[in-house]
Design a protein around this ligand. Structure first.
Ligand SMILES: Cc1cc2nc3c(=O)[nH]c(=O)nc-3n(C[C@H](O)[C@H](O)[C@H](O)COP(=O)(O)OP(=O)(O)OC[C@H]3O[C@@H](n4cnc5c(N)ncnc54)[C@H](O)[C@@H]3O)c2cc1C
Length: 379
């Protein structure tokens, strides 16, 4: 069996689905997406879904701004759940100057931000006993998106424009002939295509090997811990990010807390929680920083894989020497909040456009080649 298609997107997580949607949005009528399992069953299944305008570097904030606009569109037009709780980034005294600089940067980028005093932070998050609170950066626009609903909405919109989505369809082979992509194979079908997008999440290196590439990525297991109700947790609580000395994200559902913590290098592809790892490495810190949460009964623990490149930036765009092959992977801990940008940017690259999305040169696979020289000028 075979099909002739305009493009094949490999992987039905949030990045692949955004890519498919943007291909059709830009007029492609016959792309397909192949997912080996069920849509949204990879890393996206375990995401906390936080969307933060005020996270990361200037470049990442620009990606967040682009993405935020699309999430607002999905919310307004298609009622995708986006719970706007605001976010508060809490840092220690030692970082007060860099926090002030980030506050100015965010303000200059048009991201509404307030710099809160330690007293204001303690009022919003009374359970944080960190002695060294220096400041809090607050952005009222941030919130939590329902990533599974976004995936289904992207699917519906893409299919309405002619795209097809095949689940239970694992890509087993990619044919490159005269340095050009020609086809993609599953166990029962060949898709003849000039374009392939690798959005295979934590299997992206396996897919890349099908065209002879070694992606420099590493896998990291991150846990989400859900607790019983806690006296000082409240439903309208902003999303809290404690940055130092370790990164801890705390959200709330009613009076229950859920926090994501930990970074454990792993080699397997198993998204299996390892509570004893958390206890061994972080319990002391948790008791010190958030004693009420640390001592609360745990009702559920999950673990999901985050994929990082060796320099921490995503790997997206074309690869020299393999015409028609594009990466869109290694989105680390921000693949949901940046998914709309990831889709727009890769489609611009595929169609040879650079209209409104950012320069993706710093994100190309070719940056890992020893003699690669950047042509652009970027932060
Ligand atoms: C605990 C945790 C909390 C997180 N919290 C946040 C957060 O708050 N905000 C945020 O922005 N990000 C967060 N992230 C990160 C975010 O979840 C990921 O960056 C994002 O989900 C990655 O999406 P993806 O589409 O690249 O990968 P995936 O969701 O893994 O999708 C890849 C898909 O490719 C498929 N696939 C692989 N190989 C093949 C093949 N050969 N053929 C066909 N299909 C294939 C897989 O089955 C999978 O469905 C969190 C991650 C974790 C683990």
């Amino acid at each position: 069996m075979f099909e002739i298609v305009d493009a094949v997107v490999i992987g039905g997580g949030i990045i692949g689905m955004s890519t498919l949607y943007h291909l059709t949005k830009k007029g492609m009528r016959n792309p397909v997406l192949l997912e080996m399992d069920n849509l949204g069953g990879g890393s996206t299944r375990y995401t906390a879904g936080w969307v933060m305008l005020q996270l990361g570097t200037e470049l990442e904030m620009q990606w967040s701004k682009i993405s935020y606009a699309e999430f607002m569109f999905l919310r307004e037009e298609y009622k995708i759940n986006f719970e706007q709780k605001g976010s508060l980034i809490i840092n220690t005294h030692d970082f007060i100057e860099s926090e002030k600089a980030l506050f100015s940067l965010q303000t200059s980028l048009g991201i509404p931000t307030e710099l809160l005093s330690p007293e204001q932070v303690r009022k919003l998050a009374p359970f944080i006993k960190l002695r060294e609170i220096g400041s809090g950066r607050y952005c009222g626009l941030d919130g939590v998106i329902d990533a599974q609903a976004a995936i289904q909405q992207y699917k519906m919109l893409a299919e309405l424009s002619g795209a097809k989505v095949y689940e239970q369809s694992r890509v087993l082979g990619i044919t490159v002939s005269s340095d050009k992509i020609t086809s993609v194979k599953t166990s029962d079908k060949t898709f003849y295509t000039p374009i392939v997008v690798n959005a295979a999440g934590f299997y992206a290196d396996q897919v890349a090997r099908l065209v002879g590439l070694e992606l420099p990525i590493k896998l990291d297991l991150r846990h989400s811990v859900f607790t019983e109700p806690i006296e000082s947790i409240y439903d309208e609580m902003p999303l809290l990010q404690v940055v130092n000395p370790i990164e801890l994200y705390i959200g709330s559902h009613g009076k229950r807390a859920d926090y994501t913590i930990g970074s454990f290098a792993i080699e397997s592809y198993e998204q299996k929680p390892q509570l004893d790892w958390i206890v061994d490495r972080y319990y002391e810190y948790l008791v010190d920083c958030v004693p009420e949460i640390a001592r609360a009964r745990i009702t559920r623990v999950e673990a999901g894989i985050r994929v990082f490149s060796v320099d921490g930036k995503p790997i997206i765009g074309p690869v020299e020497g393999i015409e028609g092959y594009f990466n869109n992977c290694a989105w680390g801990g921000t693949g949901v909040m940046h998914a709309p940008f990831a889709g727009q940017a890769i489609v611009d690259a595929i169609l040879g456009e650079q209209k409104f999305t950012q320069d993706i040169e710093p994100l190309l696979f070719d940056r890992f080649k020893p003699n690669f020289v950047f042509k652009g000028n970027y932060p």
